[in-house]
Design a protein around this ligand. Structure first.
Ligand SMILES: *[C@@H]1O[C@H](CO)[C@@H](O)[C@H](O)[C@H]1NC(C)=O
Ligand SMILES: *[C@@H]1O[C@H](CO)[C@@H](O)[C@H](O)[C@H]1NC(C)=O
Ligand SMILES: *[C@@H]1O[C@H](CO)[C@@H](O)[C@H](O)[C@H]1NC(C)=O
Ligand SMILES: *[C@@H]1O[C@H](CO)[C@@H](O)[C@H](O)[C@H]1NC(C)=O
Ligand SMILES: *[C@@H]1O[C@H](CO)[C@@H](O)[C@H](O)[C@H]1NC(C)=O
Ligand SMILES: *[C@@H]1O[C@H](CO)[C@@H](O)[C@H](O)[C@H]1NC(C)=O
Ligand SMILES: *[C@@H]1O[C@H](CO)[C@@H](O)[C@H](O)[C@H]1NC(C)=O
Ligand SMILES: *[C@@H]1O[C@H](CO)[C@@H](O)[C@H](O)[C@H]1NC(C)=O
Length: 752
């Protein structure tokens, strides 16, 4: 206690000395703007710089009672051991009063405090005070020091009536909350606020941006992570917020103050705030796209007035850690402030928003892409970097309309979809150097050759390329040959299209056109002739193809009959030859033959029966006689029609033609084709080897399947007719009888 007393006396002595010393340097009566009072004195030093008088006085003004030492000291007397106390002194004196009580046991303010309306200063450091509601009655209070107490919460009406309060010290209280507008507001004009070393986690902007000029607000060494606008604070856009330093060091900030959240719709008005500074040197800032707009606005201010309290440095991202933010601003490196975008970012690409360039970048440089990405992040002003990719075709994509910069150089793309010109903005920087285009799509016309860059483009020019010349001339492309230069590959070498005249361009094309049209005419005539020929010889072509194919894949059909004889059984000589010679010879070789006039059951529906037999036969032996030159022989033609159709639709069937009457010109074109191709067996010329030739054409009978065939045959025979049985018994008898049957068939036919 003695020590404290000594300290106190020393303090007063020093105070007296210093104040009397400054008194010498003369003071002027000064009043803050917000309140009318006459008890403050501002040192004359402050008047040296006329621009800064007010702010200087805000910081340096001294109450008149300190200068005159004309005040009363009050003291505290405890009533109970629970820390309740009263103030002792002269309540009725008109002199300013000061109440000091350090290191005591006060749990609340002395109960009779409001009786002492003249109290100007209270200093109750190192007590245990937790409630201070009573203080609001001391309307003339100028200085309040409650550090090292237990005040956890400041309500919005605690100080609201203390219009004269200039100095408020609340350090080391474990303070967790300052209500919105509790220490700053229209009626308050606290110039020095010290809330450092407390337990605050959030800060309301209304307590950080005072309405009235201030000297220093200290919120350092709390646990503040962010500034949250819960009190509905709105920056007044016509007011100039003047002030000093807001010390926010030693907190846990990571985001820069979001002034937009403070109702600052137009962030440019932030410049008004910049007459005071935020001390944030140790804040762990995220140097990303969210910070960039504020820095952009601060750029001018930072350049003009370099103040320590702009000492802020980046913490995230890691590669920027420790970089001074003001330095980045001064070095014009605001481009570094970006935010990565992962949503809709194409594979192998990197996407980020870059506010300084007002763009969103999709960087696929060198990526393993073979086509334009299907999607990119949705944003205006896209920068799409596709340099060095493997894209071959420029296809249309919706996002191209939002692109302001597209880099397609070094991709060697060779195709362009015309639609993309409808999408790409004609002001877009579209780099396409070192492409692989052999011609220029007309769509390029909408681009500006001095903004879009095609690079050196060599094409074969003709009359159709006249538009390129006009386009380049209209856009005055001669001034930007480094960007776009179209060159014609002519017989005289490479010539820029701008140096060629219309005649040059179209001359070469005329020759070209002549050659083209002649070539086209020849091709057309050839095609016409060829198609006529191939139509005429369509069956020949078919037969040749079929033979070629049958060589490669032989299918052995299993049929009831090996050979179906088709011939004009009205010709007696032919019938005789067939029945008595050919049939028996082939039967000896093991062929199962079907001769319609012999093997058809009289009374059956003939056409149906014929079709049925044809489908059950492997080879059709057609013997051409004069009747085949006759259009009117309906039956022969009908039979031939079915045989051909069946042959045509079944690749395992065969037709063998024997030209019995040596006719050259059968009515049917398909038969003609056989003869023209020499596929027939000539009856006259090779008589001696006729049978061999026929057998060779028929190929071997399908013996392998004999047993199966037998069975079916037996069924067939038992079910049908005795003719077949007889045939098995006696060869000669059989033939004779057959001629009778054949004749009867003929008679039947005639009746029909
Ligand atoms: C202070 O008093 C003057 C006149 O005495 C008056 O014009 C002014 O409005 C007052 N200011 C305030 C804040 O009350
Ligand atoms: C204090 O806050 C309460 C709500 O918490 C509000 O109703 C009241 O108007 C505020 N008072 C002042 C003086 O701002
Ligand atoms: C601040 O809060 C923590 C717990 O959140 C507590 O341990 C600490 O004592 C408080 N500080 C003060 C000064 O009250
Ligand atoms: C900036 O702040 C850091 C850390 O707080 C400090 O070490 C450094 O000296 C400061 N620089 C300036 C120029 O004030
Ligand atoms: C963005 O992503 C890149 C690469 O993944 C990384 O190096 C950088 O730190 C990220 N930047 C930010 C601001 O997150
Ligand atoms: C796009 O760019 C224009 C011109 O630079 C700019 O005015 C506009 O604000 C930008 N848009 C966005 C969303 O960045
Ligand atoms: C794009 O990516 C490439 C390679 O990853 C890099 O070299 C280039 O600097 C990047 N460009 C931009 C503008 O991000
Ligand atoms: C194009 O930009 C507009 C904003 O200007 C945006 O709404 C739209 O989603 C963007 N489109 C694409 C495909 O990115």
């Amino acid at each position: 206690m003695e020590m404290r007393c000594f300290n106190k006396t020393l303090f007063l002595l020093v105070l007296c000395y210093s104040t009397s010393a400054t008194f010498m340097s003369s003071f002027k009566v000064w009043s803050p703007n917000s309140v009318n009072r006459t008890d403050l004195r501002c040192p004359s030093d402050c008047y040296k710089n006329p621009d800064d008088v007010h702010h200087c006085c805000v910081c340096k003004a001294i109450p008149e009672w300190h200068l005159s030492l004309n005040y009363k000291q009050l003291s505290v007397e405890y009533l109970k051991c629970d820390g309740s106390a009263i103030v002792i002194g002269d309540k009725y004196s008109s002199l300013p009063a000061i109440l000091n009580h350090w290191d005591g046991y006060l749990h609340r303010l002395p109960s009779n405090l409001c009786d002492f309306t003249n109290i100007r200063e209270i200093d109750l450091k190192w007590n245990k005070i937790s409630t201070i509601d009573l203080i609001s009655c001391l309307s003339k209070l100028d200085t309040l020091d409650l550090s090292y107490n237990k005040i956890y919460h400041i309500l919005n009406d605690t100080f609201s009536l203390l219009t004269h309060l200039r100095i408020l010290i609340l350090t080391h209280n474990g303070l967790t909350k300052l209500d919105p507008f509790s220490v700053a507001g229209t009626s308050l004009s606290i110039t020095l606020l010290d809330c450092s070393w407390n337990n605050m986690t959030e800060l309301d902007p209304s307590n950080v941006i005072p309405e009235n000029d201030f000297c220093e607000y200290k919120f350092n060494s709390n646990k503040i992570t962010r500034i949250v606008n819960k009190g509905g604070f709105i920056l007044n856009s016509v007011k100039i917020y003047k002030g000093g330093i807001v010390d926010l060091t030693g907190n846990l900030f990571s985001k820069f103050i979001d002034f937009q959240e403070l109702g600052l719709k137009d962030i440019r008005t932030l410049g008004k705030l910049m007459s005071f500074g935020f001390l944030l040197s140790d804040a762990k800032f995220d140097c990303d796209c969210h910070m960039e707009p504020y820095l952009e606005l601060a750029e001018l201010v930072i350049k003009k007035i370099w103040r320590d309290y702009f000492n802020m440095s980046c913490w995230n991202p890691l590669e920027y850690r420790g970089l001074s933010i003001p330095n980045l601003v001064l070095e014009k490196k605001l481009d570094l402030f970006i935010c990565n975008i992962t949503e809709k970012c194409p594979r192998y690409c990197r996407c980020y928003h870059q506010p300084h360039k007002r763009t969103t970048v999709v960087n696929c440089t060198g990526a393993n892409l073979e086509a334009l990405p299907d999607y990119v992040p949705e944003a205006a002003n896209l920068t799409i970097l596709l340099k060095n990719t493997k894209i071959k075709t420029l296809e249309s994509r919706n996002y191209l309309g939002n692109a302001t910069f597209i880099d397609m150089s070094d991709t060697g793309f060779s195709e362009v979809e015309n639609d993309i010109f409808m999408q790409i903005h004609n002001e877009a920087n579209f780099l396409m150097k070192r492409h692989n285009l052999h011609d220029m799509p007309r769509g390029f016309q909408i681009l500006d050759p001095c903004i879009a860059q095609l690079g050196r483009t060599v094409i074969k020019c003709n009359c159709n390329h006249l538009w390129i010349k006009t386009w380049l001339e209209n856009k005055n492309a001669a001034r930007c040959e480094g960007k776009t230069l179209v060159i014609c590959n002519t017989d005289n070498g490479h010539i820029p299209i701008l140096s060629m005249n219309k005649g040059d361009l179209c001359a070469s094309s005329r020759i070209h056109f002549k050659i083209m049209s002649i070539t086209f005419g020849v091709i057309a005539i050839l095609t016409f002739v060829l198609s006529i020929i191939s139509y005429h010889y369509r069956y020949e072509i078919y037969l040749v193809c079929r033979q070629l194919k049958s060589v490669s894949n032989k299918v052995n059909a299993v049929c009831k009959y090996d050979v179906y004889f088709s011939f004009d059984d009205g010709n007696p000589f032919l019938r005789y030859w067939v029945l008595n010679f050919l049939d028996s010879k082939l039967k000896q070789e093991g062929y199962r033959n079907f001769i319609p006039c012999r093997d058809t059951i009289p009374g059956d529906v003939e056409e149906e029966n014929m079709i049925n037999t044809i489908t059950n036969s492997r080879i059709f032996l057609v013997i051409l006689s004069k009747t085949y030159e006759d259009y009117d022989n309906i039956w022969t033609n009908l039979e031939w029609k079915y045989i051909w159709n069946y042959f045509y639709n079944n690749k395992d069937r065969k037709i063998v033609i024997i030209n019995y009457d040596l006719i050259d010109c059968p009515v049917d074109l398909r038969l003609k084709a056989f003869i023209r191709l020499g596929l027939d067996v000539d009856f006259a010329n090779r008589r001696h080897i006729l049978l061999d030739e026929i057998k060779q054409k028929l190929e071997v009978p399908s013996r392998g399947k004999q047993s199966y065939i037998r069975n079916t045959k037996l069924e067939f025979e038992s079910a049908k007719h005795s003719v077949a049985e007889q045939r098995e018994k006696s060869e000669e008898n059989h033939s004779r009888e057959m001629s009778v049957v054949c004749s009867s068939t003929m008679i039947l036919e005639e009746i029909i």
